[in-house]
Design a protein around this ligand. Structure first.
Ligand code: SAM
Length: 240
């Protein structure tokens, strides 16, 4: 089990930790590419390749890091630091990241606490399907703190579900649930119900416009959409 350094504070933490300790359901959805992992991580790798040759990388809410490992393998990464509040996920991340050769650190922590206390700096800060687990009031401090952890010219890259323009959270949850019930056929009824309950209780996505406003207010000048899915839920956005 990785060292527990920063597990304090964040109010939604316990719920999310309990859910993701049941990693199997999420893994099944990931294996069927229902959340567009392949395209999202491909977009991440292309962005890195177009920006910098040698780089350091912070993986916030790393999960099992399966896709991070697959897509950062054979790039010129010099340092990788993974943060997650689930020990189960972090142990899997350690094992999956074996294929990537660079210095690696795995920290069991709430990402909000980590970005508060760390003195490290990074070229890329990646947050894959985890930003929407922060409540609305945590989002602005998140952008402000992350900006300070980036090296000059560095980027925050967010892969997340997004609300449509002017969509309410309730309408989003209905839309997400409808999509999953219709298309995520590899999951059992119980698995789907467990995921839908999780989305309804623990997910707080925002719209592109909200993130753009928060990001610009906190000094990010260049905002690029690297990937958008065809069902208008998942996007990858780089903030520099
Ligand atoms: C949906 S998974 C995403 C995993 C991976 N990044 C991906 O792209 O598939 C979300 C991960 O974020 C972690 N997580 C959620 N909220 C967190 C927080 N406040 N601090 C640290 N990790 C968090 C969960 O434990 C889980 O492993």
């Amino acid at each position: 089990m990785p060292e527990n350094k920063f597990l304090d504070g964040h109010e939604n933490k316990k719920e999310v930790e309990v859910f993701f300790d049941k990693w199997g359901v999420y893994k099944k959805a990931m294996d069927h590419n229902y959340m567009y992992h392949k395209q999202a991580y491909m977009a991440l790798r292309k962005y890195i390749d177009d920006s910098l040759i040698r780089y350091t990388f912070l993986d916030l809410g790393c999960g099992d890091a399966e896709y991070t490992a697959k897509y950062l393998k054979s790039s010129h990464i010099t340092y990788y630091h993974a943060i997650d509040l689930s020990g189960t996920a972090l142990d899997l991340a350690k094992s999956n990241m074996h294929i990537v050769s660079c210095e690696k650190v795995f920290t069991l922590a709430d990402l909000i606490d980590f970005i508060d206390f760390t003195e490290e700096h990074f070229d890329f800060i990646w947050i894959g399907l985890s930003l929407h687990h922060l409540t609305s009031k945590d989002k602005e401090p998140f952008f402000s703190k992350v900006k300070k952890l980036l090296n000059k010219g560095g980027s925050l890259i967010v892969y997340d579900p997004f609300l449509k323009k002017d969509e309410s959270l309730e309408d989003f949850v209905d839309r997400w649930t409808e999509t999953a019930l219709l298309h995520w056929n590899a999951l059992t009824k119980d698995e789907l119900e467990s995921l839908c309950r999780h989305v309804k209780k623990d997910d707080f996505p925002e719209s592109y416009d909200t993130y753009e406003k928060i990001a610009r207010k906190n000094g990010f000048r260049d905002i690029q959409v690297l990937f958008e899915d065809i069902i208008d839920i998942y996007k990858v956005i780089a903030f520099r």
